[in-house]
Design a binder for this molecule. Structure first.
Ligand code: ADP
Ligand code: ZN
Length: 847
């Protein structure tokens, strides 16, 4: 079998009656004759095309194709990656091209997951092949990319030194043996006329273009293993001590990896070669799994459930025969939701089924993973963004080959390739991190419900602050509610005191940021030997630098936002695109060196606390302090081990951590996110405040929370103070209904962006007109669908791209979907290449 450049896993062929079966010796997947005798295959290619395509199976691949595998197929003049969806007996009247190669030894996903992928592609209006690609671990795509090379004539022309600067630049960039990717060339040569220039240079035969097959970025890791043989050493030839040592180790273990052997005999790599030449050992390659786990975890024994926990578990068990049932597990912080999840997962595994557990990224790495590992040991796979591409592929592989039956992961784990799922859990279901905001814009929380529906199994969404959407689903009878009203240790929820910031508006700056009330509470907390957490959802030192000469704020060059001073890095940074200016920058508007720093972020709080409490051990946790791999974990560990007393942090700290020694939580400014132009601003503020407050008093000492705010009377702040999500829901829901926002209507946000201001605006206008036109001529939709916009996005420019959006709103999702599809299919719209289009179904953020 031809298998040129993909890591080969050896196969055993065993005769079975009249035909051969091929086993993968790693997972024992059977590539058996019956399944693979199809002469044709339906394949979804990784291109923005709506349908799947039929390809013919050449004879030499006949016994190695199965649904769920990747194939390399010709498409137009290129080769691209595709996924086999199913076999077929005919080509359906097409002249089918041949599959060029099969890229996997066993399926990456089970056949019954394809209906889920189809659902996702259809709902989110995304091409099927690209949907599957987004679901799989990154780095598995192979395709032809256009590469540009300098020809001999081109090289000669460059020598003459009579070229324009642009021509010389292109020839220099393309001159290496590898040439350069066409896309990379476009990026490097920053000129509007690059396309026409390339055409001219090609006509002169100075450059040539070729399709080159790009390799996977992620691949299996193979290890060399050493095994003993039957050959005995020649008694006449004396073996060195080291060689004898190796033979004894290998003989004892039967087989051992080279890495393990080298740990005992450092010169093993060289000696093994010599021993192999003499036939005393053999070596072979085997796929191994990179270990993403950190420290070992002690196994735990399940505690006895509290009455409420037992009732919740029993309720799910009682309805198992009903298949798909969605639940909201509503439980205050510290009420033991995780223990309920552990029991339900354990139930599923006992039934021989698999379980998917979704957790917000940051909570996951700190403790949920540990608690699951303590209970289930190596029977879990973990998927999150702190893993390298290769580690993720390995974890995926363990799931796909049936080595594990539990996955715990961030949002992408909802696509885990399990065939038979028994339960799906979504912890902190209200969390914004379940929404993917680029490419395939999906919401993993919603997909959990969909996948559970397709698998006919229960799904449990847990939260102390359920989203308005989920609470509404309970009210309307779609979801069943399970309640945990009390903390496991029966401790009261923390006492929350509001401090009105308005009364300090004339006070010295220090008192306006850390009010005397908060300062007093911190002092008391530290004196009692406890930990305090100070929360501000804004990083950096000064969040509002402005020029004192011309009064202009210091704006990012590429985005419409003010830059933030980061003292540690001596830079002003743009939080959207990463653009930086030195701390000593002159004002870009007037050129004077008069930039003053107003506003504040976590860095400034850290500096203030340092002067106020010089003896306290201080740490800061935000995106800046945790940018390095592993640093978040180190920080969380230092909190757990109590090597810090005062922790300043952003929302990273608000999520699901369980630190018993934190007795005080201080919120510097509760109102920060409340006035954003987004209908969920209030909901998000409520959830954040209630969650951060829930970090206090989880141990034996009762907790205190000091919340500083300019709006102590606002119902969002008041509901957060009382940690009462039902009160918040009851006040919020009439607004949503009156303004026709979800959960009472459906939304699709059409996003248009482009590098040119005018062209993007025109394209947005045109798209708006097309949408209105289609709506008005379609029966039923005319009076039903609102088209809001096109308007410039609240942040008008990000990364030098101008942004416009159109919000489409209506009671019927099918109608909205059809309208957007009609826009995408419209010939006038398709011709417009100056802008790119993003479709955000059920948008989470309208910014
Ligand atoms: P939540 O997820 O609801 O915030 P956790 O699951 O983190 O709450 O539980 C809080 C603490 O209570 C944890 O330390 C957990 O180990 C402990 N716990 C949970 N259930 C029980 C139980 N039935 N008996 C004793 N301790 C429990
Ligand atoms: Zn920027």
């Amino acid at each position: 079998m031809k298998r040129t450049d993909f890591a080969l896993i050896s196969k055993i062929r065993v005769p079975r009656q009249d035909h051969w079966m091929t086993y993968c010796n790693n997972c024992f997947f059977v590539h058996n004759g019956a399944m693979t005798q199809w002469p044709f295959m339906d394949v979804a290619v990784t291109l923005p095309v709506p349908h799947s395509f039929v390809y013919a199976v050449p004879d030499y691949l006949a016994d190695s194709c199965a649904p769920g595998m990747r194939v390399l197929v010709p498409f137009g003049r290129r080769r691209v990656t595709g996924y086999i969806l199913r076999g077929r007996s005919d080509s359906g009247g097409y002249t089918a091209k041949k599959i060029l190669d099969v890229l996997d030894d066993h399926p990456l996903f089970p056949e019954n997951e394809i209906s889920f992928f189809r659902w996702v592609a259809n709902y989110y209006i995304h091409p099927l092949g690209e949907t599957i690609k987004a679901a799989l671990p990154a780095g598995l795509d192979r395709r032809d990319v256009a590469r540009v090379f300098t020809t001999e004539q081109g090289a000669a022309a460059l020598e003459t030194r009579t070229l324009t600067p642009l021509e010389s630049q292109v020839l220099t960039l393309t001159s290496g043996r590898q040439g350069i990717d066409r896309k990379q060339l476009f990026k490097t040569v920053d000129s509007v006329s690059i396309r026409s220039l390339l055409r001219k240079m090609k006509d002169k035969a100075w450059i040539s273009e070729e399709a080159v097959l790009k390799k996977e970025a992620a691949s299996a890791r193979l290890e060399t293993f050493i095994a003993s043989t039957d050959t005995r050493p020649d008694p006449d030839k004396k073996l060195s001590v080291k060689r004898r040592e190796i033979l004894s180790i290998v003989g004892h273990k039967k087989e051992i990896s080279l890495t393990a052997l080298r740990a005992q005999v450092p010169t093993a790599p060289r000696l093994v070669k010599l021993l192999e030449q003499d036939g005393l050992v053999t070596t072979f390659q085997r796929r191994v799994c990179r270990d993403p786990f950190g420290d070992p975890v002690e196994p735990d024994t399940p505690p006895e459930l509290t009455g409420e926990q037992a009732a919740a578990v029993a309720a799910v068990r009682d309805h198992l025969d009903q298949g798909f049932v969605p639940y909201l597990l509503s439980g205050v912080t510290g009420s033991g939701k995780t223990e309920v999840y552990l029991r339900l997962v354990s139930d599923a595994v006992d039934r021989g089924q698999a379980a998917i557990v979704l957790v917000p990224e940051i909570a996951l790495i700190s403790q949920t993973e540990r608690r699951f590992r303590a209970r289930f040991g190596e029977r879990i796979a973990v998927i999150h963004s702190m893993l390298s591409q290769g580690e993720r592929l390995d974890q995926w592989h363990r799931i796909a080959t049936g080595k594990v039956s539990i996955v715990i992961g961030a949002r992408s784990a909802i696509f885990a390739p399990f065939e038979n799922i028994g339960v799906i859990i979504v912890d902190e279901e209200h969390d914004g991190s379940y929404k993917q905001e680029s490419g395939l814009r999906y919401n993993a929380r919603d997909l959990a419900v969909v996948r559970a529906g397709l698998c006919a199994c229960p799904v449990v969404l847990g939260s102390a602050t359920p989203s308005v959407q989920t609470s509404h689903n309970v009210r309307t009878g779609r979801f069943r509610q399970l309640d945990l009203h009390h903390r496991v240790n029966r401790h009261a929820l923390p006492k929350i005191t509001l401090v009105d910031l308005k009364k300090y508006s004339d006070a010295p700056p220090m008192d306006r940021i850390i009010t005397p009330e908060l300062a007093k509470a911190i002092r008391a907390c530290l004196e009692a030997g406890n930990q305090a957490l100070i929360f501000l959802n804004r990083r950096g030192f000064a969040s509002f630098p402005a020029c004192s000469a011309c009064n202009q704020p210091l704006q990012c060059r590429h985005c419409d936002v003010t830059m933030t001073l980061h003292l540690g890095a001596h830079l002003y940074k743009c939080h959207l695109c990463g653009f930086c200016l030195p701390e000593s920058t002159a004002c870009p508007a007037c050129g004077k060196k008069a930039v003053k720093n107003f506003g504040f972020g976590t860095e400034k709080i850290e500096a203030l606390l340092k002067t106020m409490f010089p003896d306290a051990r201080l740490a800061r946790m935000d995106q800046d302090s945790t940018a390095k791999k592993g640093s978040a974990l180190t920080l969380l560990k230092s909190i757990r081990n109590r090597t810090v007393d005062l922790i300043v942090g952003t929302q990273m700290l608000a999520k699901g951590h369980d630190f018993p020694a934190i007795t005080l939580v201080g919120v510097i400014c509760a109102d920060l996110s409340m006035n954003l132009p987004d209908f969920r601003a209030g909901e998000r503020t409520f959830q954040l405040l209630a969650q951060v407050a829930g970090r206090a008093g989880r141990g034996d000492t009762p907790g205190t929370v000091i919340m500083q705010t300019y709006n102590p009377d606002h119902f969002t702040i008041d509901a957060a103070r009382r940690q009462d999500h039902i009160a918040f829901f009851n006040r919020e829901i009439p607004f949503r209904q009156a303004l026709r926002y979800p959960p009472f209507t459906r939304l699709i946000l059409v996003k248009l962006s482009g590098p040119k201001k005018e062209k993007t605006a025109q394209a947005a206008q045109a798209a708006g007109e097309i949408l209105t036109q289609i709506r008005d001529v379609t029966p039923d939709t005319a009076g039903n669908i609102d088209i809001l916009g096109p308007i410039e996005a609240p942040i008008q420019r990000i990364s030098a791209r101008f942004r416009w959006q159109i919000l489409i709103k209506g009671p019927s999702f099918q109608q909205l979907r059809a309208l957007v599809q009609a826009l995408m299919d419209h010939p006038d719209f398709q011709r417009n290449r100056a802008v790119s289009l993003g479709i955000d179904v059920d948008p989470y953020s309208l910014m």
